[in-house]
Write a protein that binds this ligand. Structure first.
Ligand code: FAD
Ligand code: FES
Length: 370
């Protein structure tokens, strides 16, 4: 077997390994994954299945993501990808990646990942998991590649024979763009309490498409899921889709406390926004020094440190730009920042002086350990 040591093969062959439970792979911890299979899901989406280099089983929660890292044209690039496989199959992790036009990592993965190829990855993170909001009845709403966390949740539920009451509504551009179409149909046959519905913006080449065409409406949702108001809702997809879904549910009277969403949107990373009020404080200018490279740049208080560093030509590893993944974690040696994170850093790391630069704005001059 490619990439596996004899010890690892022995371990995988030993029944005790299966009984011993999976190892915890901490979110900041780097490991090497070995690709064992590439699956063409649609014309522009592939799944990459990996084994941890030494054959160790992995523990994670359905819906969590990992951060993968690769050297692309001499630059270190990091991006988050949801683990689309369920934690009930702890010897294998898969990610399902849509090739984004002009996108660095997604296209690099599509072109380079083959059985035997190794990939650096940082352990699972994220709180978009059903364990955060246990429910007897759930509604999964996804669009495009946003299907991945909901797929991991659904696969886990079916693997465990939980027979949970799940309605899975997936929107795609055309029928040919529906990721996991056949598998979702099969899972529906396996579990009478799982219902799946697909809808498409257009029929594309599939003239025989009998499902609805257009965008999800309250009328359609009420028809498919008459009890949607009583369900815990998990939504993942492009920002526009999620905004539309939130508005629609709000109009329908769904309780926002039972609504959970995850954004894959990278727009914040591409063009980070300054904080709204152009107050005097926000106009203040600060000097940022990098202790290792001796570089210096100035920025105003309204910007995130990551965004200002990018503008100054300083490359800082980052992925989600939303304070979730922890990729941009950096020690602040001197000075103070205002950090507004989304779970990508632990309290003890904050105590040690680390901050997430994608969601930190300076409140004084800074010296960073970079
Ligand atoms: C928590 C999380 C989970 C995710 N899970 C998945 C998943 O399961 N599957 C999946 O496919 N994706 C997922 N993503 C998205 C993924 O992390 C990447 O953002 C995505 O693959 C695009 O990365 P890229 O390197 O290919 O594109 P990038 O190189 O980051 O570029 C993306 C787009 O921005 C444009 N762009 C780049 N730089 C600029 C610029 N300076 N100005 C203007 N435009 C620019 C590019 O042309 C391209 O269109 C997830 C993201 C998050 C945060
Ligand atoms: S880039 Fe993900 S936490 Fe900063």
């Amino acid at each position: 077997m490619f990439g596996l040591t004899h010890d690892a093969i022995d371990r995988l062959s030993d029944a005790h390994t299966w009984e011993s439970g999976a190892t915890y792979w901490a979110s900041g911890e780097q490991t090497t994954l070995t690709c064992c299979r590439v699956v063409d899901e649609t014309h522009d989406v592939k799944s990459f299945e990996f084994r941890v280099g030494d054959g160790t089983p992995i523990r994670f929660e359905p819906g969590q993501f990992m951060t993968v890292s690769a050297s692309v044209q001499g630059q270190s690039v990091e991006r988050c990808y949801t683990i689309s496989s369920p934690p009930t199959r702890p010897y294998l992790v898969s990610i399902t990646v849509k090739s984004v036009p002009g996108g660095v990592m997604s296209n690099w993965l599509h072109e380079n990942m083959k059985p035997g190829t190794q990939l650096r990855a940082f352990g699972p993170s994220g709180s978009f998991t059903p364990t955060a909001a246990p429910a007897t009845r759930s509604l999964y709403l996804s669009a495009g590649s946003g299907v991945t966390p909901l797929m991991s949740m659904t696969r886990a539920s079916i693997d465990l024979g939980l027979d949970r009451d799940i309605v899975f509504v997936h929107s795609a551009r055309t029928p040919a763009d529906i990721v996991f179409r056949e598998e979702l149909k099969k899972l529906t046959e396996l579990s009478p309490r799982l219902k799946t519905f697909f809808m498409c913006e257009g029929v594309g080449d599939e003239d025989g498409w009998s499902g609805p065409v257009g965008r999800l409406s309250l009328q359609l949702l009420s028809q498919w899921v008459p009890d949607y108001i009583e369900r815990e809702v998990f939504t993942c997809g492009p920002a526009g889709y999620m905004n539309a879904v939130r508005t629609l549910l709000h109009e329908g009277g769904h309780n926002p406390a039972r609504y959970h969403q995850e954004s894959f949107d990278i727009s914040a990373g591409v063009a980070p926004e300054p904080i709204a009020p152009a107050s005097e404080a926000a106009q203040q200018s600060f000097t940022i020094k990098l202790s290792r490279s001796s570089k210096t740049f100035t920025m105003n208080a309204a910007e995130t440190v990551l965004s200002a560093a990018r503008k100054a030509g300083v490359a800082i590893p980052s992925s989600c730009s939303q304070g979730m993944c922890g990729t941009c974690k950096t020690k602040v040696l001197e000075g103070t920042v205002d950090m507004n994170h989304n779970g990508g850093i632990r309290e003890r790391e904050i105590q040690k002086g680390f901050r997430l630069l994608c969601c930190s704005r300076p409140t004084s001059d800074l010296v960073l350990e970079l």
